[in-house]
Design a binder for this molecule. Structure first.
Ligand code: UT7
Length: 323
């Protein structure tokens, strides 16, 4: 049996940070409100001219260095983003060229905040099917470019960044017997389209548009869907919350992370939290959290990780990964 083993991970955050206090000078908000309602203290914002592909390339280079794998070995790039450089070609193809890769496939996945889980599932299935051997799975976003900076209900929530993992197809035997992506579960419910969307696009308005969200409604659905999808993942693998070493959630709101951990009966210390420093980076948030946990030594080889996310569409999903 073939498993997709995580060989390395990497992250990149733009240099500029934007604090709650700075935001309070632009819109009618306060550090106290943002921290209490979301847990966010600051977020990173891409510099002028710094594109999603730039963020993605650096995260990918760092993941390859961490995995000690040469770029030429990569034969699949799946890049999750809702903020591509251009409508087409895929940002993944640009990253492929910047990394000097001249073979294999490269394409984008659009599942907004669930994008990385969708991308991981796609790459995992290609690797397990034997079609590719070494995949770069990237989540990269410049949400600052689609925010309405006059809408305090959304502009305080999001940030820019990128994270990447290298997956390798390995025979599941010896030390690799239990390692890698154990399962992925994906869901969508397009009826909820209008609760979280961007009001522009090439086929509708000809502009790129701005993010619109009915926050309270999204919150309510997120708590319900995430609790269901983590249960589904554990149940499918014959595992319980006690087996989980780390919950690595999509970072939208600290209150959503706490609610999911509480429903699982998981101690708060077992949740990787980056929302305070990154805000919501959409498809980049899960790989950014993975990279943060791996870099500071919390996530160790052999540990069981439960990844989950929920976003526009609605889409939601989970992945169980033995690191
Ligand atoms: O990543 C994709 C998934 N996205 C999410 O999961 C986001 C889910 N939603 C949320 O995280 C929360 O719903 C928000 C953080 C967006 C909002 O928190 P809330 O507790 O649901 O607040 P609310 O929208 O019900 O607003 C409460 C009050 C309102 O004022 P009134 O009507 O009670 O007078 C808002 O106008 O807070 C006001 N408000 C703000 N006040 C200060 C909304 N945004 C702000 C703000 N600063 N930035």
């Amino acid at each position: 049996m073939i498993r997709s083993v995580v060989a390395g991970c990497g992250a990149y955050l733009p240099a500029r940070t934007l604090t709650n206090e700075e935001l309070a000078q632009k819109v009618d908000t306060s550090d106290a409100w943002i921290v209490e309602r979301t847990g966010i203290r600051e977020r990173h914002i891409a510099a002028e001219g710094e594109l999603t592909s730039d963020l993605a390339r650096i995260a990918a280079e760092r993941a390859l260095a961490d995995a000690r794998i040469a770029a030429e070995e990569v034969d699949l790039i799946v890049l999750a983003t809702a903020t591509p450089d251009l409508t087409f070609p895929a940002t993944a193809a640009k990253v492929q060229s910047q990394l000097g890769i001249r073979r294999g496939a490269a394409f984008d996945i659009q599942a907004v905040c669930t994008g990385f889980i969708y991308a991981l599932a796609v790459a995992d299935n290609f690797l397990k099917a034997g079609q590719f051997k070494t995949a770069l799975v990237i989540g990269a976003e410049t949400f600052s470019r689609i925010l309405d900076w006059n809408d305090r209900g959304t502009c305080v929530l999001f940030g820019d960044g990128a994270g990447a993992v290298v997956l390798r197809a390995e025979e599941a035997r010896g030390t690799n017997r239990d390692r890698g992506v154990l399962s992925t579960h994906l869901h969508a419910d397009g009826r909820q389209h209008d609760l979280l969307y961007v009001d522009g696009g090439p086929s509708s308005t000809g502009t790129s548009g701005f993010l619109r969200m009915a926050g309270k409604e999204v919150f309510r659905h997120a708590v319900v869907n995430l609790a269901a999808v983590v249960d589904e993942a554990l149940h499918a693998n014959g595992l319980t919350a006690k087996d989980v070493d780390w919950l690595v959630p999509h970072q939208a709101n600290k209150r959503i992370l706490d609610a999911t951990a509480r429903k699982l009966g998981l101690a708060p210390e077992k949740v990787i939290v980056t929302v305070d420093k990154h805000g919501n980076t959409s498809a980049a948030s899960v790989p950014l959290a993975l990279a943060a946990g791996a870099a500071d030594g919390r996530i160790k080889p052999g540990q069981l990780l439960l990844l989950e996310a929920m976003g526009g569409g609605f889409t939601w999903g989970s992945a169980l990964v033995r690191w």
